[in-house]
Design a protein around this ligand. Structure first.
Ligand SMILES: O=C(O)C(=O)C[C@H](O)[C@H](O)COP(=O)(O)O
Length: 208
């Protein structure tokens, strides 16, 4: 699998925070029911790896790990069954660990130097994070000049309302965001609302 294959499944990758392990499976099922199959589970909580392990059993779900910050994170995510990894930034150490275990990596970048570091290690599909705070659409347009061979998954501060403007850029294939899984809906077990949010996101322009 190549991380660029992920964009075939829809225009938005949900960024998921799981606090209670028992939410993992119904949450994944709710997203898949709304047509969203690619799921990024952040390694921000103690149950994240167990949540990934549980979600890989959900039919149709393509489960990856977010917040990969170290080689140990990459190895743990792979061992838990994640089929891709996402990192908020990029280090050669994380890149090497992902290559070693065979975990396709979508690394985060926010500057031209970081794009160059990721490209030097063979990575050309990059998360632009934090998208809105780091310059948003003007920054992505500016990066298209020197980096015509790089495509981005902007993430950070994006919503259903602003995603279409990002998706309209030629160098944006998919957006990431936590708006599909609001903390209050997860806490309340309001899976119907999450399916609705997923369906709305999935109906945004599909990248060509
Ligand atoms: O935890 C990680 O790995 C991250 O890199 C950060 C997340 O991708 C963003 O926090 C999502 O941004 P929002 O959609 O604005 O909530």
């Amino acid at each position: 699998m190549n991380t660029l294959d992920l964009v075939q499944h829809g225009p938005v990758i949900p960024v998921i925070v799981i606090d209670r392990l028992e939410d993992a499976v119904p949450l994944a099922q709710a997203l898949v029911a709304g047509g969203v199959r690619v799921l990024e589970v952040t390694l921000r909580t103690p149950v994240a790896l167990d949540a990934i392990r549980a979600m890989t059993a959900v039919e149709g779900a393509i489960v990856g790990a977010g917040t990969i910050r170290s080689a140990a994170d990459a190895r743990a995510a792979h061992a838990a069954g994640a089929v891709f990894g996402v990192s908020p930034g990029y280090t050669a150490e994380v890149g090497a660990a992902c290559r070693e275990v065979g975990l396709p990596l979508l690394p985060g970048v926010a500057t031209a130097s970081e794009v160059m570091a990721a490209q030097a290690d063979g990575l050309s599909f990059l998360k632009f994070f934090p998208a809105t705070a780091a310059g948003g659409i003007p920054m992505l347009k500016a990066l298209a000049g020197p980096f015509p061979d790089v495509v981005f998954c902007p993430t950070g501060g994006i919503s259903l309302a602003t995603a279409p403007d990002f998706l309209a850029l030629p160098n944006v294939k998919v957006c990431g965001g936590s708006w599909l899984t609001p903390a209050d809906a997860v806490k309340a077990g309001d899976w119907a609302r999450i399916t609705e949010l997923a369906a709305q996101a999935q109906s945004l322009r599909r990248p060509g």
